[in-house]
Design a protein around this ligand. Structure first.
Ligand SMILES: NC(=O)c1ccc[n+]([C@@H]2O[C@H](COP(=O)([O-])OP(=O)(O)OC[C@H]3O[C@@H](n4cnc5c(N)ncnc54)[C@H](OP(=O)(O)O)[C@@H]3O)[C@@H](O)[C@H]2O)c1
Length: 328
């Protein structure tokens, strides 16, 4: 069973969505500290497109994309104690989830509570842990803070809106259409600006009566970063955590001085879950909020894994709302 060939999406060289190849893949038996997992649902993330295009360097060639998934344990390595065949699990990282079966290090895997479906789990491991670290550790948001989030109707954006509201913060969002704005408004945001038709800086100034925000979470990058700095209060925090519109081209440290002694950080999830205890406690926080119904996953699109290229086209074409999940 362990060496059975199952299917997966492979890249041999960076390229467009068409570079993804649906081919049979051998699955190794789990090493001593690994578990063999049969995937039931796989999350799509914008980072998958950064790796696909070669914007982010490849750890190996050929490359299998995918950084979050949920499924069932089929077999465990000799030294694995916490899991057994049949357990429902989910994980984020390492890369390589766009396949029906794979081996994963056991210390990166979380047992899935019965109340969380595979589809929900595959949509919130990476995105939910990202929302969690961004507002608890990267910049600890307090009740009463005013926060701007770009791409508020996206996978991470909808989770951020709910979690910020839960913390007692005022969440202002931007979104690329009226339909997206309505979804964001139903997910924690008090105001949503259509930044394709409105000047978001002027609107944020108006909404905050000229005061600006304590923090801006900007995952759009090239098209928004300069305006984001202008939305901050004196000594506010610019959190640049992605670049869906392209890489920020010419940021200078003096931009922080001119903006009012601002702070800036460019965080990535890997560094906030590198220690096993960080991963465990952040995952426990996320699962507890989901179980209590305080935060809801929003899966806007579900496609067969075989059609991963279509999922990438929709994500890059700004046609998705919430998370996208692939079913193997
Ligand atoms: N640093 C980290 O730890 C970390 C972890 C997870 C995700 N991220 C980042 O967070 C962001 C959100 O990830 P996600 O997977 O949830 O994606 P997503 O937000 O669901 O999708 C990206 C959204 O960006 C907006 N966008 C604006 N300009 C765009 C353009 N030129 N092309 C494409 N999209 C554009 C679109 O929303 P509108 O149509 O509403 O503008 C689009 O739906 C990404 O930048 C990702 O890299 C970072």
């Amino acid at each position: 069973m362990n060496s059975a060939a199952t299917m997966g999406q492979v890249l041999r060289a960076p390229g467009g969505p068409e570079a993804l190849e649906w081919i049979p893949l051998e699955t190794a038996a789990p090493g001593p500290s690994e578990v063999l997992v049969e995937h039931r649902a796989i999350g799509v993330n914008f980072i998958d497109t950064y790796f696909r295009t070669g914007l982010y360097p490849w750890p190996s060639t050929p490359l299998i994309l995918g950084s979050e998934a949920a499924g069932v344990v089929l077999a465990t390595g000799a030294q694995v104690t916490g899991f057994k065949a049949g357990d429902r699990i989910a994980y984020t990282l390492p890369l390589g989830a766009y396949r029906q079966r794979r081996v994963v290090p056991a210390d990166r895997v979380a047992r899935l509570p019965d109340s969380i479906s595979f589809e929900v789990a595959a949509s919130i491991m990476l995105k939910g842990l990202t929302a969690q670290y961004l507002i608890t550790s990267c910049f600890p948001v307090k009740a009463g803070d005013t926060v701007l989030v770009h791409a508020a109707a996206g996978g991470v954006g909808l989770l951020l809106g709910q979690w910020l509201k839960l913390k007692g913060a005022t969440a202002i969002g931007t979104a690329g259409s009226a339909e997206k704005a309505n979804v964001a408004l139903a997910n924690g945001y008090s105001q949503v600006i259509d930044y394709r038709s409105e000047d978001f800086v002027a609107r944020v100034r108006e909404i905050t009566a000229g005061k600006g925000c304590e923090v801006v979470y900007d995952s759009v990058g090239r098209d928004t970063w300069r305006g984001s700095l202008s939305c901050l209060k004196r000594r506010g925090m610019f959190v640049s955590f992605g670049q869906s519109s392209g890489v920020i081209p010419d940021f200078k440290l003096t931009d922080l001085q001119l903006g009012g002694s601002l702070f800036a950080t460019r965080p990535t999830l890997v560094d906030y879950i590198a220690e096993r205890e960080d991963l465990r406690s952040r995952t426990a926080d996320l699962f507890a909020r989901l179980a209590a119904g305080e935060i809801r996953a929003y899966v806007g699109q579900t496609l067969p894994l075989k059609q991963a290229a279509d999922a990438h086209r929709a994500l890059e074409g700004r046609r998705t709302v919430g998370a996208t999940v692939l079913v193997p």
